[in-house]
Design a binder for this molecule. Structure first.
Ligand code: MN
Length: 386
């Protein structure tokens, strides 16, 4: 039977790559719903390509603009958050690809899980901010999450043969490319520009995650994501810099054996696996040529010059709402940097300051998480920084 899918964040980097790979297998997948934050031009193109019957534009003003244009009349169009929640809970949807950017993905993910859906999760901020709640809900409602993030997909694949991950896994080793500024010292980092930061050596990604890769915050967020996805103590998660991005992550077991998942750095692979799991499909992607690559190298992360990675570990150890603060302050800082209002070297300063001023709420409810997230964003508005 075909898997019936809703793609949330369809016009972003993950969304477009998902449509690209899933439409190669019309006998397996049917994309029934698409949601974008506001890119209505690309959404219109996608409607014709995937034959969805429901589309949502999350930004209500932009939704009205789309309304004026002619859409095929069998398509239902909605605007705003309610329409989005309606789409992800639809009875005839089996899987939801959550590929929004930032904490915006939290509420729709929760709604989908409560409706018993399988969520293919690309939106790591959801687990960073709400991992504990999300895990409780998947238990309670018999729903599940399959990771799309390449590192977590790698770990998920590596533990498929493991019967008792709680006792048999010694550690998770998340690999990091090191980003465009790997090897840079303090002086060089002071002078990097927006354009430099947006030039990732291996992966084609959206702007926010590309900047996160340059600061190593992306890896920090992934450590927290891994903790919740695999119920792993934070002290059992390690980060290893691997500039070629061929090993996407590894699992070390208690007997000393290490299982690594390798592949060309192409997000269509982990996206497709999330939708075919526990099976695989043949792809036309370029096969991995290890002779051509010839060398895989590894090094320690540079904790001193990329402090965001350490902040993430710190936030995770402190627990409660501290990861929410880490994430919200990072979203603010990256947004400022992308708009030319903040220097690259000042991104960690914003995050450190926000974490320093926060009183942790233990075992936060969803409302606590959303409140803290808003307070951090407002703090910078009041400061006149925004
Ligand atoms: Mn990743």
């Amino acid at each position: 039977m075909k898997k019936r899918i809703a793609i949330i964040g369809s016009t972003g980097s993950i969304g477009t790559q998902a449509i690209d790979i899933l439409t190669d297998y019309p006998q397996h997948f049917q994309i029934k719903g698409l949601a974008t934050y506001q890119n209505i031009d690309l959404l219109k193109e996608q409607i014709n390509k995937v034959l969805a019957d429901q589309v949502v534009v999350i930004n209500e003003e932009r939704a009205k603009e789309l309304n004026k244009n002619l859409l095929p009349n069998n398509i239902s169009l909605g605007g705003g958050k309610e329409a989005l929640l309606d789409l992800v809970t639809r009875e005839d949807i089996d899987m939801v690809l959550m590929a929004l950017v930032g904490t915006a993905g939290l509420e729709p993910t929760i709604a989908a899980l409560k409706a018993g859906k399988i969520v293919a999760l690309a939106n790591k901020e959801v687990m960073v901010a709400g991992g504990q709640i999300v895990n409780q809900l998947t238990q309670e409602f018999g729903s599940s999450i399959i990771p799309v993030d390449s590192e977590h997909s790698a770990i998920f694949q590596a533990i498929q043969g493991c019967r008792d991950t709680a006792n048999e896994v010694n550690k998770l080793i998340l690999t990091a490319s090191g980003g465009p500024f790997r090897g840079y010292g303090r002086e060089r980092l002071r002078k990097v520009t927006r354009e430099d930061a947006l030039r990732h050596p291996n992966w084609e990604m959206g702007n926010k995650i590309t900047i996160d890769s340059a600061t190593l915050m992306n890896k920090g967020l992934e450590v927290i994501e891994a903790k919740w996805l695999f119920n792993m103590d934070v002290d059992k998660i390690e980060v290893l810099v691997h500039p070629q991005s061929i090993i996407h992550s590894m699992v070390q077991f208690i007997d000393g054996s290490v299982i690594a998942q390798m592949g060309v750095p192409d997000m269509r692979l982990p996206i497709l696996y999330a939708f075919t799991y526990p099976y695989r499909l043949r792809t036309e992607l370029k096969p991995l040529d290890l002779v051509e690559i010839s060398k895989l190298t590894f090094e320690e992360p540079d904790w001193d010059n990329f402090p965001c990675l350490g902040f993430a570990f710190e936030a995770m150890r402190m627990g409660g709402t501290m990861p929410v603060v880490l994430n919200a302050a990072n979203e603010v800082a990256v947004d400022l940097f992308l708009r030319g209002r903040l220097a690259f070297k000042d991104i960690p300063i914003i995050i450190e300051r926000a974490m320093g001023s926060h009183n942790i709420i233990k075992n936060p409810k969803l409302s606590d998480i959303l409140d803290v997230d808003r307070v951090i964003r407002d703090m910078y508005k009041k400061d006149g920084v925004l």
